[in-house]
Design a protein around this ligand. Structure first.
Ligand code: ZN
Length: 325
C-alpha cells in the first residue's frame, strides 16, 4: 500500500501536511464543499496525516496507524453516528464523544473525532459540543464536514480552521474513474453529467436508480425550458412507479433550476446540476420570480410524496403548475 491518493485539492492537502510537519495541527477542522467532492475521503486522509508514524512523510499509507485508519479500525479515530431522517446527532452521541475526548489516546499522541455530513446537526447538539471545541484536551482533534459553511453556529465556527474542498478538473476526474476500473464510455457519460465531482460521478456509474434520475432530470429541464407539459407528464408518470427514484429526480430537477437561476443572473458559477446545456436553455428568460415559483412547486410535490399523496396525482399537479408558471 502506497501513500493514499487524493485527486485535486492540492493546496489544501499541502497546507494540512505542512501543519503536521510544523507540529501545528488545528484542534478543530471544518471541510466544506458540495456533496460528492471528497470531503469524507479527505477527512480520512487528514486522520492519517495526523496519526501517521512517519512524521516526515505523513501520510505514508504503510505504517500501522495509516493501515488501521484505511480499514476504519484505528482505536483513536472515532466517527460520531448519525440519527434520524435529517442525519442529525443525538445529544447522547455528543456527550459520548465529549467523554471519549477526555480519554488519552490508545495508540499514538492524538485522538480524532469525526462529524461527517454535519449539515443536519441541531443547535442543541452544536451547543453541547461547543465547550469541547473551545477548550479541547491537548490530544483531541475534531473534524467536521458540511456542504455549506453556514450549517454551523458562528460560535462553533469561530473556533475552527475552515477549508474548502472543490471538485477536481474534468481530466483529473476522468483519470481517477478510469483508474478505478470504470469503462471509458461510461466515464465520459458520467463526467458530462457531473464534471469533476468524483463522488457524484461514481454514484452515477454504480447506482442505476441515480443514473436514471439524473438522465430524467436533464430531459425534464429541457422540457421545462420548452414548456412541453405533455412530454413532462409522460416522463414523470413513467417514473412514478418508484417513489424514491421520483424523489431523486425532482431533487435533481431543483438543482438544475438553481443552476439556471444563477446562470440567468451572472453567468459565472460552480454548477451543481446534471446537465449544463439544459440548465442554460432553462435560464433563458428565467426571471427570479418564476425561478422561485418553480422551486416552490417542486418542493411542494416532494412534500406531497413524503406525505403519502399518490405519485401519479402529485406529478400531474406538478406538470400543470410548471407549465402554467
Ligand atoms: Zn503512515
Amino acid at each position: 500500500m502506497a501513500a493514499p491518493y487524493i485527486a485535486g485539492n492540492h493546496s489544501l492537502l499541502s497546507d494540512l501536511t505542512q501543519m503536521r510537519k510544523n507540529n501545528h495541527l488545528p484542534h478543530a477542522l471544518l471541510l466544506h464543499g458540495e456533496s460528492g467532492c471528497g470531503k469524507k475521503t479527505i477527512a480520512k486522509w487528514f486522520a492519517m496525516t495526523a496519526l501517521c508514524e512517519q512524521s516526515g512523510s505523513a501520510p505514508c499509507g504503510t505504517c500501522r496507524a495509516c493501515r488501521l485508519i484505511a480499514e476504519d479500525r484505528h482505536p483513536d479515530v472515532l466517527t460520531a453516528e448519525h440519527s434520524g431522517k435529517r442525519m442529525g446527532y443525538l445529544i447522547e452521541t455528543v456527550r459520548t464523544i465529549r467523554a471519549e475526548a477526555s480519554i488519552l489516546p490508545v495508540e499514538g499522541e492524538r485522538r480524532i473525532f469525526l462529524f461527517t455530513d454535519a449539515d443536519g446537526m441541531s443547535i442543541q447538539a452544536q451547543n453541547a459540543l461547543l465547550k469541547s471545541v473551545e477548550e479541547p484536551p491537548p490530544h483531541a482533534i475534531f473534524v467536521f464536514t458540511t456542504q455549506t459553511i453556514g450549517a454551523l453556529l458562528p460560535t462553533l465556527l469561530s473556533r475552527m480552521t475552515a477549508k474548502a474542498v472543490f471538485p477536481v478538473a474534468r481530466g483529473e476526474c476522468v483519470e481517477t474513474l478510469l483508474k478505478k476500473g470504470f469503462p471509458e464510455q461510461d466515464v465520459q457519460r458520467a463526467v458530462s453529467r457531473f464534471d469533476g465531482n468524483i463522488g457524484k460521478c461514481i454514484a452515477y456509474l454504480e447506482d442505476d436508480g441515480l443514473r436514471q434520475s439524473a438522465d430524467d432530470a436533464a430531459k425534464l429541464t429541457q422540457l421545462l425550458a420548452d414548456r412541453n407539459e405533455y412530454e413532462m407528464l409522460r416522463l414523470l408518470t413513467a417514473a412514478a412507479g418508484d417513489k424514491e427514484r421520483l424523489r431523486k429526480t425532482l431533487l435533481l430537477l431543483d438543482t438544475q433550476l438553481r443552476d439556471a437561476a444563477v446562470l440567468s443572473m451572472d453567468g459565472d458559477f460552480d454548477r451543481l446540476g446534471c446537465d449544463k446545456n439544459a440548465s442554460a436553455a432553462l435560464s433563458s428568460g428565467l426571471t427570479p420570480r418564476r425561478a422561485m415559483q418553480l422551486h416552490e412547486c417542486i418542493l411542494e410535490t416532494i412534500a406531497d410524496l413524503d406525505g403519502n399523496v399518490g405519485a401519479v396525482l402529485a406529478v400531474t399537479a406538478l406538470c400543470a403548475a410548471l407549465a402554467s408558471r
